[in-house]
Design a protein around this ligand. Sequence first.
Ligand SMILES: NC(=O)c1ccc[n+]([C@@H]2O[C@H](COP(=O)([O-])OP(=O)(O)OC[C@H]3O[C@@H](n4cnc5c(N)ncnc54)[C@H](OP(=O)(O)O)[C@@H]3O)[C@@H](O)[C@H]2O)c1
Length: 301
Amino acid sequence: MRVLITGGSGFVGQRLCRRLKEAGHRPLVVSREPDQVRDRLPEECDIRRSVLDFVDTPPDAIVNLAGEPIAARRWSDDQKERLIDSRVNITRDLVTLCEQLHSSQGRTPRVMVSASAMGYYGDQGDREVTEETPPHDEFAHRLCKRWEEAALPARDFDVRVALLRIGLVLDLGGGSLEKMLPPFKLGLGGRFGDGKQFMPWIHREDLVRAILFLLERDDLEGPFNGSAPHPVTNAEFTRTLAKQLGRPAIFPVPAIVLETAFGEMSRLLLTGADMRPARLLEAGFEFQFETLDAALADILG
Ligand SMILES: NC(=O)c1ccc[n+]([C@@H]2O[C@H](COP(=O)([O-])OP(=O)(O)OC[C@H]3O[C@@H](n4cnc5c(N)ncnc54)[C@H](OP(=O)(O)O)[C@@H]3O)[C@@H](O)[C@H]2O)c1
């Protein structure tokens, strides 16, 4: 099967391309810099600059991962616009591709798995959160809502759309863990604020398996929480990571320090949701890494 992947050069996309190739599929990757990302991806990947460049190579399935990194810089008005536009515009291009293939060939991709994030729910305190939980209105929610709404019109062209609300993706070589490891290894780690905020997480390997699961299962559509069944609070995350590294974690970072340093973006560190993958579990998806201890042991071991 030909699978078109936006953001295929990223932390999740690279692993997905590798797993797709191993399973005998052909990854088609959209990247702003095809020449620069070529050596990060399997040789068999067809890499082109824009979604519509693939109109002559119709994909059987789509995975939509592209977007400006959420924590790259402070959320100024310009940066908020960049965070939204970098996701919504490429998602709209994917819908346009589906529309063009539908009208010119009568044959569209069977499915689009489109990324979203735990931020969809906004701050939920300690309430257990499933796909049914009403969101809290804040910037992260509005960003994810617009991203999801941009993907849904693909359904008008007979494309099954699954929205994956992804938790913190854990592995070496990128993501949040890479940023956390240096201070924790030096024994300078600590919880953020009071540490009670939830941090839904997922091992990168399980996230890629969940994407493949959603690509394959023709009966699954709509939103799916993409995080392990046992989320932890920030304090538990801190303790577990420190224990795995054999280091103390005794330097809490007060909320006011994070708020001063990062402004509104500090909400990523100080708020969260006890997000559960209710619909993935209901559909029979089996996580390889259900607990944070097991995931970190695999990653750091
Ligand atoms: N990693 C996590 O913990 C996590 C958690 C929740 C949700 N997510 C979401 O899941 C998706 C994949 O995550 P990831 O960690 O693999 O992301 P990533 O490593 O930051 O990669 C995303 C890709 O998006 C493209 N991109 C970056 N900035 C862009 C911009 N301004 N305009 C257009 N394209 C841009 C880049 O591809 P090119 O440079 O090749 O164009 C990049 O490789 C992201 O959308 C992210 O928001 C991730």
